[in-house]
Every structure is written in C-alpha cells, then in structure tokens.
Write a protein that binds this ligand. Structure first.
Ligand SMILES: *Cc1c(COP(=O)(O)O)cnc(C)c1O
Ligand code: SF4
Length: 337
C-alpha cells in the first residue's frame, strides 16, 4: 500500500556563511571597476586608495548599475582623487571622539547612553566615514576590554542604554557579542541595547540563525539602527534580514548621511524612506557630513540640506521624514538643523 507522507516543510533557503562572504569582498579598485565595465576609470584612481583601503562585499557590488560611473552605491565605496584635496575646516577627529573616551573603547558624550566602540572592522569601507582616521587598533571595547567597558557601565547608574558601534559591531562573532551581554545581565540599570550597523545592508547574511537566537534571548529592549543612504541598497535580501531582526524583537531605525551625488535629491530621499518602511524600518537621522579629511567632496551645504528636508516634508507623512542633524563636538546631543 502506498501511503502519502506529508510533504516535508520547505526550509527557507540556507544563507551563505557570512564570514566567507566577508573574506571574499572586493578589495582591489581595478577589480571593482572591471566588474562594473568601468575599466576606463582606472587611470583616475588615487594611489594607495588615498590611504583608506577599498573594501566592498560582492553582494553590494551586485546592486550597482554596470557601466554607470555615477552609480550612487559605487560613489560610496570607490576611492576618488578628490579625497586628496586639502579642505579648510576638515580635520582628522572632527567630532571630538578622542577627547570623549570615558574608558577603553567607551564614548560617553550624552546623558543616559554610552557608546562602545565594539570593533574596528567593517565589511565595507565608506569613503565618507567620519572614523576613517580613528586609531581603532588601540580603542576597541571588545575582547579583554569588555571588562573595562562593563566596569564603566556598572559604575554609572544613570546609564540606561548601551550603544554598540564601531567600526561595525556586527563584525564581531555572535559569541563575542554574547560575552558582552552575559556581563550586562548583572547590570540591571542598562535596559536597552542599541546596535548601529551597516552589515544588515551590505552583508545581510550576517543576520543568521545564531545571531537571531542571541538577539531574541536578550532581556534588554533591542534597537537596531541600520545605515542605508540610498533606496537601491535595500534589495530583497536586505528586506529579509530586516524581517529576521524584527522577528527577533528588534525595533528597526535607519540613519543616513547626506552625500552629494548620492542622495542629495528629495525624490531619492523619499524613495529611501518608503523602501525602508516596506522593510519595517523607520527613518531616524539624516546626518550632515562630519568634516573629516578626505570627505569634503561629499558635502551638501546647510541651506540646501534644509531645503531638501522641507521638500520631503511636503511629500511624505511626518513619520517618514528623518531628523536633519549635525554632530558638534561638545554638544549634549546631535544638533538639529
Ligand atoms: C550619536 C551618538 C550617540 C547616540 O545619539 P542619539 O541621539 O541617542 O542617537 C550616543 N553616543 C555617542 C558618543 C554618539 O556619538
Ligand atoms: S560601515 Fe560605518 S564605520 Fe564602517 S566605514 Fe562605513 S560608515 Fe564607517
């Protein structure tokens, strides 16, 4: 007799191992240009990647338009000769991070929340990065130094939120993140854990089952702030990673940096907000660029930035309009513009 056995439940397609994808990232500008049929731009590359190595996961490259030297994703990662131009007012530590270190790898600038520089590595190197000159090797809270960070958190009962930043905190293994959160269990005044990461966008495979199991089991409230600057960054793989994060109990927000030639256009910013919402993410901040050496060619002036946000307000519901802010060294919070 033939009995019909129930069809096995369809497992969701296995995610590729994120570490492997991390290692396979493109790190050679000429290879990147060749992948995009842009070999003709090779003569315009700065020597030595202008001192900040190119790095971009292949899955992110796949979202770039071939043959388009102005592609908004490409412009975020490709070293440019303009990075070598001296620009008055641009420095190496534009936001006063070095003066705000409260303990090893701990930045405590604002009331109630402390930021841990959890890791110095990133899956992608963003050309506009405000930490491109930060001395990561010396100032990382992870490994043996979680101890110092935990001691700082334990001693200051005014802290209710820990922010993991970097570098990219999700470059750490889930086991290393768990070392920190095991320590946090003994610090009841820390009620929220916030993670700032670009990995769900540039390498969504990082949001794997092990990570989601860790995130779901945390006693603290979880907030994950993604960093996406352009709607073309958010493909189906990113939306699926966002769904996994939400399922693990995280509230999802996004912050963007306003970048000339990338997203300084109200239609692009509106499309970004709508794409984010479709993925269950609310826009949080739109940052004015930090004035860090090598990034001046991305700057949008404040008057134009305000006009862009006014234009957004005219076309979107209020909850889809990000707050336009700048970080000013010494201020008690990000400064609204
Ligand atoms: C940006 C930042 C925060 C977070 O500020 P929010 O306004 O709460 O998002 C916290 N600590 C430091 C050091 C920061 O730079
Ligand atoms: S992921 Fe964030 S910290 Fe890393 S290079 Fe990009 S902007 Fe900088």
């Amino acid at each position: 007799m033939i009995t019909a056995s129930p069809a096995p439940a369809q497992p969701s397609p296995a995610l590729a191992d994120w570490r492997q994808l991390w290692r396979e990232a493109v790190t050679d500008a000429r290879e990147l240009l060749a992948l995009l049929d842009l070999d003709r731009l090779a003569g315009k590359l700065p020597a030595d990647d202008a001192g900040f190595p190119l790095r971009v996961p292949r899955g992110f490259v796949a979202r770039m338009r071939r043959g388009d030297p102005r592609d908004p994703l490409l412009l975020q990662v490709l070293p440019q000769l303009a990075e070598l131009d001296a620009a008055p007012g641009y420095s190496r530590d534009a936001v006063g991070d070095l003066g705000a270190l409260a303990a090893h790898g701990v930045l405590h600038k604002y009331a109630g929340r402390a930021l841990l520089i959890a890791s110095g590595s990133c899956a992608v190197n963003c050309r506009y990065c405000f930490r491109r000159h930060f001395p990561y090797a010396e100032e990382i809270a992870a490994s043996a130094h979680w101890r110092e960070a935990l001691a700082h958190l334990r001693a200051d009962t005014s802290l209710s939120e820990v922010i993991l930043s970097g570098g990219d905190p999700l470059s750490l293994s889930t086991a290393k993140l768990a070392d920190l959160t095991t320590g946090l269990r003994e610090i009841p005044h820390v009620r929220r854990l916030r993670i700032h990461s670009r990995l769900p966008v540039v390498l969504p495979e990082r949001i794997d089952a092990e990570f989601c199991a860790w995130l779901s089991a945390l006693p603290q409230q979880r907030v994950v702030v993604l960093h996406a600057n352009h709607p073309a960054e958010i493909d189906a793989g990113v939306a699926a990673a966002c769904a996994r994060l939400r399922q693990a109990g995280a509230t999802l927000l996004n912050q963007s940096v306003l970048l000339k030639g990338v997203n300084d256009d109200d239609a692009v910013l509106a499309a970004l907000s709508e794409r984010l919402l479709e993925a269950g993410v609310l826009p949080y901040y739109l940052h004015q660029l930090d004035r860090v050496e090598g990034t001046a060619h991305f700057e949008v002036d404040d008057a134009r930035a305000r006009a862009l946000v006014e234009a957004l307000r005219a076309r979107l519901p209020g909850y889809l309009v990000p707050r336009l802010v700048r970080e000013v060294a010494g201020d008690p919070a990000k400064r609204p513009l």
